[in-house]
Design a protein around this ligand. Structure first.
Ligand SMILES: [Zn+2]
Length: 455
């Protein structure tokens, strides 16, 4: 069973890669960050589903809590982790336990962490000592949802799962954890990984809309530590497996992990074992032997926020400045695509005010409506387009042609709205020129960012 799931996940990843090559990409203030481009040997490790006050399984550490064992190990290597925590799964009842070694191991309708019937041993609400230790030792905490409920319907693997179903329910679940972390720990969350990476919400919105409303970035991962997947040979094989993959990769190319985000667990795998308790040491040995620093996600994206533009490359400084402040200047898949011609839809998206909230408002009112003949309200730029229509920057009844090349004349109109002038030109508008104008307006304090960060 677990081999089939492993195979299915690999096939899905391959399919996603192939699809992403021919799927349209959109600018977005929220980017799914799977990895970043850097020549430095620096990585981040994320630990999902904790905190976990339950003992390791098998108990190889004398009853010590699993999260404590992970923290002890990180500390030995001066490594910093990113703990992707839940609030409390104790509200996810009535439910029934699924069979071990299936995706329903932690519950049929919902997830329960660290395990079914043992929710009090997990969750930021229930484990203040562990949360404080994570913060005090310089690690990062990210949001994995208060109750770890998927946003919308999942694929066949989790088809029996209940989902949150609407933008409002998903935003409310995230806000609960955000408030808990602020109130109890004085900690501001900035990142979220949707449970089981389910993005589509039945009401027509997506996880990107929800994250935008909280000012979060989307925490992805690029390297699977594989400790969620049980090995039929048992615990020792699972522990060896977590290191073997890294060793093989680094032997082929010592720079292979530069800027990557490693996925790992702060909890049990489907066979109710926790190979991370002993596997993490091997991973950190392999990484440090090759000179890697293990940093928090926020440190990683401060160093280099994008996956296709490294520090020192043309356009990097201005883009990094804009992205750190929540402007819409890069694509949803965390690329800069500096060579891509700018489209009309993209240019309007860069300069629109309050576009994420406007989009959600439009969809919640009537998800079948249209903003313009060729722009349904579910279009990623609908919030930006309605802004431009209301201000008379574009006509209110003609098709927009969102994918057509943008002109300097449109840039002039957008900049003029903020009291700035740009030179007219008949030459094709480049990404660089559009970014320069946005940057100048932002530095001068004339245009507010699309995301409200740091609240
Ligand atoms: Zn999870």
């Amino acid at each position: 069973m677990t081999a089939i799931i492993g195979l299915a996940k690999r096939a899905k990843r391959l399919l996603r890669t192939l699809l992403s090559r021919c799927t349209k990409v959109y600018l977005s203030p929220v980017r799914r960050i799977d990895r970043v481009k850097t020549r430095e040997r620096v990585v981040a490790i994320t630990f999902d589903d904790g905190p976990c006050a339950a003992a390791c399984s098998p108990d190889t550490h004398g009853g010590r809590a699993l999260t404590d064992v992970i923290l002890d190990t990180l500390s030995e290597f001066s490594a910093r982790g990113t703990f992707n925590v839940v609030g409390d799964t104790g509200e996810n009842y009535p439910d029934s336990a699924g069979a071990v070694s299936t995706p329903y191991w932690s519950g049929t309708k919902f997830d329960h962490y660290p395990s079914f019937g043992d929710d009090a041993n997990g969750g930021a609400k229930n484990q203040p000592r562990i949360i404080r230790r994570i913060i005090d030792e310089g690690h990062e905490i990210s949001s994995h949802g208060y109750r770890h409920i998927i946003f919308g319907e999942s694929n066949r693997v989790y088809s029996a799962r209940k989902n949150l179903g609407s933008f409002d329910a998903a935003a409310e679940d995230l806000r609960r954890l955000h408030k808990l972390m602020a109130r109890e720990y004085g900690y501001t969350l900035r990142l979220h990984r949707p449970p089981h990476y389910v993005d589509r919400i039945p009401d027509g919105t997506t996880s990107f809309d929800v994250l935008a409303s909280l000012g979060y970035q989307y925490l992805g991962a690029s390297y699977d530590g594989c400790d969620w997947l049980p090995q039929s040979a048992g615990y020792d094989a699972e522990v060896r497996h977590t290191r073997a993959g890294l060793d093989a990769l680094l032997a082929r190319n010592p720079d292979a992990l530069c800027g990557q985000i490693i996925f790992s667990m702060d909890g049990f795998n489907m066979a109710l074992r926790s190979p991370v308790a002993d596997g993490l040491r091997g991973m950190l040995e392999a990484l440090t032997a090759h000179g890697y620093r293990v940093v928090t996600l926020s440190e990683l994206i401060t160093l280099s926020p994008l996956s296709d533009l490294a520090p020192g490359e043309a356009g990097f400084d201005k883009l990094a400045w804009l992205l750190a402040r929540g402007y819409t200047a890069a694509f949803r898949d965390n690329t800069a695509r500096m060579q891509k011609p700018v489209t009309r839809g993209e240019l309007i998206a860069m300069f629109a005010e309050n576009a994420p909230a406007r989009r959600v408002e439009l969809i919640e009112k009537d998800k079948t409506a249209r903003v313009l003949p060729d722009i349904p309200v579910t279009h990623p730029y609908s919030g930006a387009v309605i802004w431009a229509v209301e201000l008379g920057i574009i006509p209110d009844s003609a098709p927009l042609g969102a994918d057509k090349p943008a002109t300097h004349a449109l840039l002039c109109k957008l900049a003029a709205n903020y009291g700035a002038q740009t030179a007219e030109s008949s030459a094709a508008l480049t990404r660089g020129a559009a970014i320069d104008t946005l940057y100048e307006l932002a530095v001068a304090g004339k245009i507010p960012p699309a995301l409200k960060t740091g609240e």
